[in-house]
Design a protein around this ligand. Structure first.
Ligand code: E4P
Length: 221
């Protein structure tokens, strides 16, 4: 399973990229608005840092505006993926943009049918927002379950990019279902690394080693 960081914060992206666990990045207008600097500069810096797809979202809501923005964004770096919202004009724009050879991540998907339409229009990535569905009392993971089956049934090329991930359990469930990618905020990735028994175990190893060194000064490390 590929892990993307759902963030526009370059420091966080660098931190986790150095650990070799970042396969790509997703941004959105809300995430970019939290960071200092110009949108394009932020995207270019992230694209230089990460050796993988970086999603940058359009803010137009009409076909022509989205296509214009997509062309502009795609010129910023070779690894830019253009994020287009799942609205009728967005489907039309996805058809045009993907036809130009620019990869599209269709965002704001909340049902398997929307995902199926996005794939048909030519999107390379389908982003179902599972956390936001959970927030309104629906089962977000159901959309992932359905899309995994649909993707296999029809040998769809589009990858399922599990989005709006709120906690490590979301990642685990999506991985068990066979979703290709999960994008997560830095705090979720951080939580995935942590286990109290790892910390307790390491402390014991180091304490035992410290005692042994006192008894056997020949131990060099
Ligand atoms: C995905 O591409 C989106 O940026 C993101 O996952 C949205 O998540 P949120 O519901 O936590 O804002």
């Amino acid at each position: 399973m590929k892990f993307y960081l759902d963030s526009a914060n370059l420091a966080a992206i660098k931190k986790y990229n150095q650990m070799g666990v970042v396969d790509g990045v997703t941004t959105n207008p809300s995430l970019v608005s939290k960071e200092a600097g110009e949108f394009e500069e932020i995207i270019v810096s992230i694209c230089k840092e990460v050796n993988g797809p970086v999603s940058a979202e359009v803010v137009s809501t009409d076909h022509d505006g989205m296509v214009k923005e997509a062309k502009h964004l795609s010129k910023l770096a070779p690894n830019v993926v253009v994020k287009i919202p799942m609205i009728p004009e967005g489907l039309k724009a996805t058809k045009t943009v993907s036809g130009l050879g620019i990869p599209v991540n269709m965002t704001l998907i909340f049902s398997a049918n929307q995902g199926l339409l996005a794939a048909k229009a030519g999107a390379s990535y389908l982003s179902p927002f599972i956390g936001r569905l959970d927030d309104i009392g629906q089962r977000g993971m159901q959309v992932i379950e359905d899309l995994v089956v649909i993707r296999q049934n029809y040998k769809l090329k589009a990858e399922i990019l599990v989005a709006s991930v709120r906690h490590p359990q979301h990642v685990l469930e999506a991985a068990k279902l066979g979703a290709g990618i999960a994008t997560m905020p830095p705090d979720v990735l951080e939580k995935m690394m942590q286990h109290p028994l790892t910390d307790i175990g390491l402390k014991k190893f180091l304490d035992d080693w410290g005692r042994a060194k006192k008894e056997k000064p020949s131990l060099t490390v």
